[in-house]
Design a protein around this ligand. Structure first.
Ligand SMILES: [Zn+2]
Length: 443
């Protein structure tokens, strides 16, 4: 993209004049960005620092379980062992240099790539790691928090959003395009690299507003923009509420949470899991508990208190659903009596079983509750074709609940407690079949 205004032109010009990366910085990146590991396979360790192989007796299981270590006899590096039959390795990492230029805060993001091949020990040479270091993106941020992007173009490779084309020069980019057009993938210009070169330059206003590289979940450029444009971000960073700051950067902090954050800060309480904590504050609000009282707002065991309230709210919702169901069911009593009333007198059985028709929606609710099945919850009282009967013993204890189809006069189901079959199941079914005429006559 061509620069469209004065500032963009200035950024493009200044960017071209930035110094090239120094040998010292390159060496730092080589030493810092890669994990010091040795790939172990069949008594051989391939050192990822110098690329050479040495022999070592180790157990693959021990490496997986305990994390065995060794020292490379060739380069003296302390290596963490990993089981791998790899003979080729390519790794790439971002690293960042923070600098300033004519009042701009500048973050320069480089990619370091290391590739190497495993070469057998008796061949000299060819084992050394090959490094390439290239600059991909620069974030230029003004004192009032406006951001300008200088970056390489990207090659079109499916599923890789940051395939920078290092053969092409850097040019000014629309800082919105990385965020909007590619909203389904990470913002390619918002780079949060784990490695920041230790000699860092920061513009005075950012320094004053509390800028730090310690808030590692938010990228340096996003953090800088937030700190230059938003007092709340400044307050959060100065009180070391890094996880709240992260939540703020990804989804914002609701207005009603803010007084509770002040309580935390007044009590020196650091919120470690901000999304859980915000849920918890909303639960406190739900139960009208004091969200300005440190006793509630700053729990020693957040997870425990959160889960306690969550359970309470689930119970409350369950009760409410029950009330709603009852209210709905009450409205059905009249219809139920009209539709099924002609069967209410029916009663039959033998010397130890009595079978009667369920006479009201309330009775069906009781049946469902006592038997732990869904005859009531599923609204069988609404079903025109269903007749629900209850089989009890001589002491009035419920044995099974029976559904009969009024069109076919066949038993659809007959179930005991928790939908089980009882020892009297077959007896109940034959009692129904033997007395089906009573029901047919009433129908
Ligand atoms: Zn080595």
């Amino acid at each position: 993209m061509r620069p469209r205004n004065k500032t963009e032109r200035m950024v493009a010009e200044l960017s071209a004049k930035l110094p090239a990366i120094t040998e010292k910085q390159k060496q730092w990146a080589k030493d810092t960005c890669f994990e010091k590991i040795g790939y172990y396979n069949k008594g051989e360790v391939w050192c990822m620092s110098c690329g050479r192989v040495h022999e070592k007796a180790a157990s693959p299981l021990g490496i997986d379980l305990v994390g065995d270590e060794t020292v490379c006899p060739h380069c003296g590096t302390h290596l963490k062992l990993k089981n791998s039959r790899k003979r080729k390795s390519t790794e790439r990492w971002y690293f960042t240099i923070a600098t300033t230029c004519r009042g701009f805060q500048v973050f320069r993001h480089f990619i370091i790539e290391r590739s190497m091949y495993k070469v057998s020990e008796n061949i000299s040479g060819g084992h050394e790691p090959y490094f390439s270091i290239n600059e991909a993106v620069q974030n230029w941020i003004t004192e009032d928090g406006k951001e300008y992007i200088m970056a390489r173009p990207c090659k079109c490779i499916p599923h890789i959003y940051d395939a920078w084309n290092f053969c092409k020069p850097m040019s000014i980019k629309d800082s919105g395009s990385g965020r909007l057009r590619y909203s389904y993938s990470p913002d390619k210009y918002d780079i949060n690299s784990e490695f920041v070169y230790p000699a860092r330059r920061v513009i005075p206003k950012l320094k004053r507003n509390g800028f730090t590289f310690r808030c590692n979940k938010v990228s340096a450029s996003s953090l800088a923009v937030m700190l230059l444009t938003d007092n709340e971000a400044e307050m959060l960073i100065k009180t070391k509420q890094y996880d709240l700051l992260y939540q703020k950067s990804v989804r914002g902090i609701p207005q009603d949470i803010k007084p509770s954050i002040n309580i935390c800060n007044r009590n020196g309480y650091r919120v470690k899991d901000a999304s859980l904590w915000m849920d918890y504050i909303h639960l406190l609000q739900h139960f009208n508990m004091d969200t300005r009282n440190a006793k509630y707002v700053c729990p020693a065991d957040l997870k425990k208190e959160h889960d306690k309230l969550l359970k309470r709210r689930n119970r409350e919702e369950e009760r409410q659903r029950e009330i709603d169901r009852m209210r709905e069911a009450q409205g059905w009593e009249k219809t139920y009596a009209q539709e099924k009333g002609r069967f209410f007198g029916i009663c039959f059985g033998n010397e130890h079983i009595v079978i009667t028709v369920v006479r009201s929606v309330a009775e069906m609710a009781e049946e469902g509750k006592a038997m732990h099945h869904c005859v009531y919850a599923c609204g069988y009282y609404k079903k025109k074709e269903s007749l629900i009967l209850s089989a009890k013993d001589m002491n009035g204890n419920r044995i099974e609940t029976i559904e009969l189809n009024l069109k076919t006069f066949k038993v659809v189901q007959s179930r005991g407690v928790c939908n089980s079959n009882t020892p009297m199941h077959d007896e109940i079914i034959s009692l129904i079949n033997n007395n089906i005429n009573l029901i047919k006559q009433a129908a």
